[in-house]
Design a protein around this ligand. Structure first.
Ligand SMILES: *Cc1c(COP(=O)(O)O)cnc(C)c1O
Length: 413
């Protein structure tokens, strides 16, 4: 097994720095011998990893193609233009900025482009699945802006549209943010656009999670509705770790200046090249089939977990995401995650709407990249419930996990 999957660097690393090479191999082994159910993770392709491990990592490139502060950018300019063109065509956007170092940096830049410190912003509250950048007091967002949280309906778990409308009318926010780290259903972007228009607010869609499903035609696109769309490239989209912003031509210059020079310095050209590779992959029929399978598998997983007695938030999913309360099986999310980790099943805890206990958040993006489908989701749900109930010992569960993932190597030799 090669250390990085970037053929030009793998052997060099192993020879020069065996200590570090061993760490990389250890992580690769962990990823391929345990079950990756973290909803925000995926396995990017060897081609994406090759771009990340390329000589573009050496290049300083402050500014934008054709207008850089450094010399020698003529080649990386071509790479960035390619990434931008591919992003625009993939998402039908007038403008794309592919420089954001992460999803959070993209959100920071979107706020910088549209808001002033102290402005009021409406966003999904953190207990209901809002991201740190949606007003957490521990984050720049909560410190610099006046966030008003909206929530989800206590019965259905669905975003409370009436509350969104009422809060918007009362607080007249400068921007409304829609997007979540845990909401398993489609977001009604047309509704949010209507409310934003009514109160004269910008609409910012933070589509970090579903943007890969959007690319594959398996989820509705925020692009026709939102003034600015923020996203990550490393979740369902299956690219390198990083961010991206899409917007109309009218906001292009403001968004670009908010990324550089306002919130970032030099662009990471190796990552931008890897984003170009991922956008190219995401434009293929194979990726569309993948995105649809991700959703089909998540639906089966949600149904199977419900059959096992977990309380699935909103009763199911439209996306790659499933959140569930394992409470009826006798433990809360935190304890369940610990038992599952010991069994080699890697997933997250999450807040549960209107509950004091934590739930479990899992996703099907990574396991679907590995080639797993409906049958495996049923097997995973049964094993998960057995482990959480304490019926299946972790040693036996680990064996079963190894048997399961052994048939689906993420990076086949
Ligand atoms: C993942 C995520 C982010 C942040 O992405 P990072 O790359 O971790 O900074 C922001 N917003 C939402 C909704 C996300 O899901």
């Amino acid at each position: 097994m090669s250390v990085t999957h970037a053929p030009q660097t793998a052997d060099v690393l192993a020879r020069q720095d065996p200590e570090l090479a061993e760490i990389l191999l250890g992580e690769l082994h962990r990823q391929s011998s345990t079950l990756q159910l973290i909803a925000a993770e995926n396995f990017c392709s060897p081609a994406v990893l090759a771009a990340l491990g390329s000589a573009l990592a050496n290049k300083y490139a402050e500014g934008y193609p054709g207008a850089r502060h450094h010399g020698g950018c003529e080649i990386v300019d071509v790479a960035e233009r390619l990434a931008v063109d591919r992003a625009k065509s993939l998402f039908g956007a007038e403008h794309a900025n592919v420089q954001s170092h992460s999803g959070s940096s993209a959100v920071l830049a979107a706020y910088a482009a549209l808001l002033r410190p102290g402005d009021t912003v409406l966003a999904l509250g953190l207990p209901y699945g809002g991201h740190l950048t949606h007003g957490s007091p521990a984050n720049f967002s909560g410190r610099w802006f006046d966030f008003v949280p909206y929530g989800v309906d206590a019965e259905t778990g669905l975003i409370d549209h009436d509350q969104v409308r009422t809060l918007a009318r009362t607080h007249r926010p400068k921007a409304i943010v829609c997007g979540s780290i845990a909401y398993p259903r489609h977001i009604d972007y047309a509704f949010f656009r209507e409310v934003a228009d009514e109160v004269g607010a910008y609409l910012i869609a933070d589509a970090a999670h579903p943007i890969g499903l959007v690319a594959g035609g398996a989820a509705p696109s925020p692009v026709p509705y939102a003034d600015v769309v923020c996203a990550t490239t490393h979740k369902v989209l299956r690219g390198p770790r990083g961010g991206m912003i899409l917007c109309g031509g009218d906001l292009a210059e403001r968004v670009d200046r908010a990324v550089f020079p306002f919130t970032q310095g030099g662009a990471q050209m190796h990552t931008i090249a890897a984003k170009a590779v991922a956008f190219g992959e995401a434009a293929t029929p194979a990726f569309a089939a993948y995105a649809h399978q991700v959703v089909a598998s998540a639906r089966i997983l949600a149904a199977a977990l419900a059959d096992e007695g977990l309380v699935v938030t909103t009763g199911g999913t439209d996306t790659h995401l499933v959140t569930a309360d394992p409470g009826p099986l006798g433990v809360d999310g935190r304890a369940a995650r610990g038992r599952l980790a010991a069994a080699g099943m890697v997933l997250d805890c999450c807040a549960l709407p209107h509950a004091d206990t934590r739930g479990l958040r899992l996703g099907t993006a990574a396991v679907t990249t590995q080639g797993m489908a409906e049958k495996e989701m049923e097997r995973i749900a049964a094993l998960l419930a057995g482990v959480v109930r304490g019926e299946v010992e972790s040693v036996r569960a680990r064996e079963e996990v190894r048997d399961l993932v052994g048939g689906f190597p993420p990076y086949p030799a």
